[in-house]
Design a protein around this ligand. Structure first.
Ligand SMILES: NC(=O)N[C@@H](CC(=O)O)C(=O)O
Ligand SMILES: [Zn+2]
Ligand SMILES: [Zn+2]
Length: 346
């Protein structure tokens, strides 16, 4: 028996496209399904200025296959030297839709991030004034804080003080992974939103560690206990507009994932929507999928919902996703949810 669901075209509110051959390889995987995406600026070197963002947007558009529609929503990478006027001009021209805060050393390519939060106070005040959202990788980097606690500690020690010191600053907690993150969003007003990834909705740390380590499930923030996954699933399927999809699809060459010290990130662009449909259906919340993938994000960012649609169909046989895609001389391994998925984009 087949079943189908037509929704407004989804957007991805947290996406890594990289550059060069990798960009060319992964961009069609997103553009096939998503109308727009918030493009993460953690290139090497990072996308710091308005002119960096304009040049990166041009490279993305040049890599887009003919006939595919896709709008990259550009971001700047916040550093301790970010120029508030350059950032305001990039926002005023419509070039950028957000600024990304990486605590220095928290994740992939975050070395140029912020170590001393006092140094970005002026920039954050400017962002509050002009209504430019701050997207936050919310983990402390202190070596004495356990990796599984780094998100919760960040909320108390960094995020809450920043928000209190900067009234009116709109913040997106990127890729939340804990009940603490969900509760913090719920306890605040609608100037605070959160993106949630596919992997954090379906996996917990046991899936990554029991019976052998699975490097393709290693991403940051790291998968947590089952009770946290359950809180994320409740939030995503609740219909609360503060929670929306950010896949954090983060391609790395297969050899860098299957390495002695594996890179952090899951490449979910090809099958994110199929897995989500299955996950929402299992939770008895298929009617909440469209809000999560297509309505809540535009509402937070003050953008229109996409005018075209996407149809998902469920069939009796499991959907076959490619195991990997080619990217120049490398391959990128496609995320395997670990269970059969019967939904596919048609
Ligand atoms: N999520 C990840 O594990 N990796 C991301 C960086 C990030 O979003 O933190 C990447 O750029 O590879
Ligand atoms: Zn991150
Ligand atoms: Zn990311």
């Amino acid at each position: 028996m087949s079943q189908s669901l037509t929704i407004s075209r989804p957007d991805d509110w947290h996406l890594h496209l990289r550059d060069g051959a990798m960009l060319k390889a992964v961009l069609p995987e997103t553009a096939r399904h998503f109308g727009r995406a918030i493009i993460m600026p953690n290139l090497v070197p990072p996308v710091v200025t308005g002119s960096d963002a304009a040049a990166y947007r041009d490279r993305i558009m040049a890599a887009l296959p003919d006939g595919m529609g896709f709008e990259p929503l550009m971001t700047l990478y916040l550093t301790e030297d970010t120029d508030a006027d350059d950032l305001a001009a990039a926002h005023a021209s419509g070039l950028i839709k957000a600024v990304k805060l990486y605590p220095a050393g928290a994740t992939t390519n975050s070395a140029s991030g912020v170590a001393n939060f006092d140094k970005v106070r002026g920039v954050l005040e400017k962002m509050a004034e002009i209504g430019l959202p701050l997207c936050v990788h919310g983990e402390v980097t202190d070596s004495d804080i356990d990796i599984f606690d780094r998100e919760a500690v960040f909320i108390d020690r960094v995020l809450d003080p920043i928000r209190k010191a900067t009234p009116g600053l709109r913040v997106v907690m990127e890729h939340i992974t804990t009940k603490n993150g969900v509760d913090y969003v719920l306890a605040n007003a609608f100037d605070l939103g959160a993106t949630i990834t596919v992997q954090h909705l379906i996996l917990d740390r046991n899936d990554m560690l029991v019976g052998g380590m699975r490097p393709h499930y290693y991403c940051l923030p790291i998968l947590k206990r089952a009770e946290h996954r359950e809180a994320l699933l409740s939030a995503a399927t609740s219909g609360d507009a503060r929670f929306f999809l950010g896949t954090d699809s983060a391609p790395h060459p297969t050899h860098a994932k299957e390495a002695e010290c594996c890179s952090a990130g899951c490449f979910t662009a090809p099958n994110a929507l199929s897995i989500l449909a299955q996950t929402f259906e299992k939770a008895g919340a298929l009617d909440k999928l469209e809000g999560f993938t297509s309505h809540h994000g535009p509402a937070f960012y003050g953008l229109p919902v996409n005018s075209d649609t996407l149809t998902l169909t469920k069939s009796d046989s499991a959907t076959q996703f490619p195991a990997r895609i080619d990217a120049g001389d490398d391959t990128v391994t496609v995320f395997d949810p670990g269970f059969p998925v019967y939904w596919d984009v048609t």
